[in-house]
Ligand binder design. Structure first.
Ligand code: C5P
Length: 240
């Protein structure tokens, strides 16, 4: 794939906003980035139709619903999510082996020509060590991430979601085929917001991210298209 197309395909814009704002941003950003992310904010407001609409604009859609329930429920939820058009779906690694396997089964039970990747959330990028400790994840964060990543990928997940800081060790652990998706990405000089474990787009890709998720630095910019293009250009330069 030419570098610019590859770079576009590695950038996922998180549309954590209202329906009307998502429709506007989707129309504006079509052609600049390859992916958008529909998370709970937008999906709960709009339902499955939003996935269809965004795919109609030419995006691939990361449905970031962070599934975390008993295997029976997650199997059904994954089937429903893939049926509504998701190209990538997130589950929580903390749900364990049987839950990851159930997500895989549910996703694979939908007859589709293009498969949907299942990625497991390891430790949220908003969590620092103190926060992780407070919920009982008392090993150093990189060890917690490695344990959850290995478990999920051994049980049917195609990859993981982790901070850019863990991308290189996760690439070494999981191998070249694993999807390593990194939120917590901030172009130099932009606001951290509630993110703790962050890096720039170039760093994230150089360290092994297959794809990066960028939300507010693009959606909250005065010119979202220019901000998105700057991220794509930075990724292209890092890949070159
Ligand atoms: O606006 P910002 O760039 O911080 O958005 C990051 C996005 O990535 C949010 O939609 C958030 O739900 C998601 N995310 C995350 N950390 C994870 C998994 C997903 O920030 N571990």
């Amino acid at each position: 794939m030419p570098v610019n197309a590859d770079a576009r395909d590695r950038v996922i814009v998180a549309l954590d906003c209202s329906r009307s704002e998502a429709l506007r941003l989707g129309r504006e950003l079509a052609g600049t980035v390859g992916w958008v992310k529909v998370g709970m904010t937008l999906f709960y407001a709009c339902g499955p139709d939003i996935v269809d609409y965004l795919r109609g604009l030419g995006f691939k859609v990361f449905l970031d619903l962070k599934l975390f329930d008993i295997p029976h429920q997650v199997r059904g939820a994954a089937r429903s999510a893939v049926s509504c058009g998701a190209d990538m779906l997130s589950i929580h690694g903390l749900g364990g082996a049987d839950m990851a396997a159930a997500a895989r089964e549910g996703a694979s039970s939908v007859g589709r020509t293009s498969p949907c990747d299942i990625v497991a959330i390891t430790v949220l990028t908003s969590m620092d060590q103190a926060c992780a400790d407070s919920v009982g994840l008392t090993d150093p964060i990189d060890r917690e991430v490695a344990r959850l990543a290995s478990l999920a990928c051994a049980n049917g997940a195609d990859g993981i979601v982790c901070s850019p800081n863990e991308a290189s060790s996760m690439r070494a652990l999981l191998g070249p085929a694993a999807r390593i998706v990194c939120p917590g990405v901030r172009p130099a000089g932009s606001d951290l917001g509630d993110q703790s474990r962050v890096a720039t787009p170039a760093e994230a890709v150089a360290w092994g991210a297959s794809r990066i998720v960028v939300g507010r630095p693009i959606t909250g910019a005065d010119d979202p298209v220019a901000a998105a293009q700057a991220v794509v250009d930075e990724v292209a330069a890092a890949l070159d």
